[in-house]
Ligand binder design. Structure first.
Ligand SMILES: Cc1cc2nc3c(=O)[nH]c(=O)nc-3n(C[C@H](O)[C@H](O)[C@H](O)COP(=O)(O)OP(=O)(O)OC[C@H]3O[C@@H](n4cnc5c(N)ncnc54)[C@H](O)[C@@H]3O)c2cc1C
Length: 388
């Protein structure tokens, strides 16, 4: 039997960041991951799964020494964010107004994970158990026991960072409030003739937004939200026909481009009814998923990491029972209201913009124009989105 203080199930972006953030506590940590991320090489095509990383998340990744490794691979800082619906309703955010060199970075999820894996390997109190299949999770005295092949792992604290369909959450009988959005998202990687790397933009349509996220060099990620049946039909098209659909239905801003890769994703909102129990907690997508239209999912996960690691490290330094629900509850109290607020804010956007009602259309375009004229209002919105 292998004995650890903490076992983190899921070595993705959130689980990896948590392990690194906890390394200073000197607790022994196992990170159990079912699929090792593929290594990076420069000529590799861009992954479909990318995230808009806020300034606050970049700060966390700097604190755990993963940021420079990300920059050394691939990333794309952007200075402007523009959103609009009808003509002349454009709302433009500029990083200069925020006194920052950029509003955020678009980064492939796997590269964030790889940088965190590199860091984890530098800490002697972190052990990475990769390509591991957990067959059973059992509550035992003083913690949890995990069966992994022929091995048994025991831990005082079991952490679920294992994504939306969390096995840890199910094993702990933690329920979720959830619903499916009436939209799916298609992610499409393109290579453009003209560079357009300093701006991310999104136009709202009644069937859902259409957006561009810049990637490094002349690459970009398009996001097309639409009904599940439309996304399914688009996913089945050869890339050349998909390109024709994009030319016809996306804002006329792309110039000449090639389609490299595409895939559709269902969208579900979930919120776990509890984040903590005795000897157990969950965070990141295991605790909450959100409509990705403002790119906030993993940024919330990184805020969970900052809160949970500080609660555990403080309890360790005070000699408290850091695995106890009463201690871990402080993490849940800090994070639940913020996660709920962001989920609800995204739903207001989703519900307000996803319909064709003329009065509502007039109202939202008037609101966008008014917001564009309010420098103070724009600053507050951007501060929130940047996690400042
Ligand atoms: C279309 C789309 C676009 C998005 N865009 C953005 C964006 O721009 N910005 C943003 O902030 N967020 C975005 N998100 C959300 C973001 O992708 C998630 O919030 C983020 O991936 C959550 O990270 P995580 O580490 O919690 O979970 P995951 O990324 O799901 O990682 C979970 C890890 O656990 C491992 N695992 C799972 N089960 C087990 C098991 N039983 N045993 C061992 N290992 C296990 C998995 O292999 C994986 O490595 C988007 C989501 C979607 C669907």
């Amino acid at each position: 039997m292998q004995q650890y203080d903490i076992a983190i199930v899921g070595g993705g972006m959130v689980g990896g960041a948590l392990a690194c953030a906890l390394s200073s506590s000197n607790l022994s940590i196992a990170v159990i991951e079912k699929a090792e991320p593929k290594p990076f090489f420069k000529e590799q095509p861009m992954d479909l799964r990318v995230s808009a990383i806020s300034a606050a998340s970049a700060d966390l990744l700097k604190e755990v020494n993963a940021w420079n490794a990300i920059l050394a691979m691939r990333s794309c800082p952007y200075r402007y964010l523009e959103t609009w619906e009808g003509p002349n309703s454009n709302l433009l955010f500029d990083s200069q107004q925020m006194g920052h060199p950029q509003l955020g970075h678009i980064i492939e999820n796997r590269l964030i994970q790889l940088a965190l894996w590199q860091q984890m390997q530098t800490h002697s109190n972190i052990e990475l158990l990769s390509d591991a299949t957990i067959s059973q999770i059992t509550r035992v005295e003083n913690g949890y026991q995990l069966n992994i092949g022929d091995d048994i792992v025991h831990c005082k604290l079991l952490v679920g960072a294992d994504g939306a369909n969390s096995m840890v959450r199910s094993a702990a009988n933690i329920g979720v409030t959830s619903w499916d959005y009436a939209q799916h998202a298609m992610l499409i990687n393109i290579t453009t003739e003209q560079p357009q790397q300093d701006i991310t933009w999104q136009q709202f349509y009644p069937s859902g937004p259409r957006a561009l996220l810049p990637l490094s060099e002349n690459h970009a990620s398009l996001v097309w939200y639409d009904s599940p049946s439309r996304i399914k039909a688009l996913s089945q098209l050869p890339l050349s026909q998909l390109k024709n659909e994009i030319v016809e239905h996306f804002p006329n801003r792309l110039g000449e481009f090639d389609v490299d890769n595409a895939g559709g994703f269902p969208l579900t909102r979930r919120h776990a009814q509890q984040y903590v129990k005795d000897h157990l907690c969950i965070l990141g997508d295991a605790a909450h998923t959100i409509n990705p239209l403002a790119g906030q999912g993993v940024n919330l996960g990184f805020k969970d990491v900052a809160a949970l690691s500080s609660v555990i490290c403080n309890a360790v330094s005070r000699g408290e029972s850091w695995w106890d629900k009463r201690v871990l509850q402080e993490y849940e109290s800090k994070r639940r209201p913020d996660n709920l607020l962001m989920q609800s804010a995204m739903d207001v956007f989703y519900l307000t913009f996803s319909n064709d009602s003329p009065p509502l259309k007039l109202l939202r375009n008037t609101a966008l124009k008014a917001a564009q004229r309010s420098a103070w209002g724009k600053k507050q919105v951007m501060k929130y989105a940047m996690g400042l």
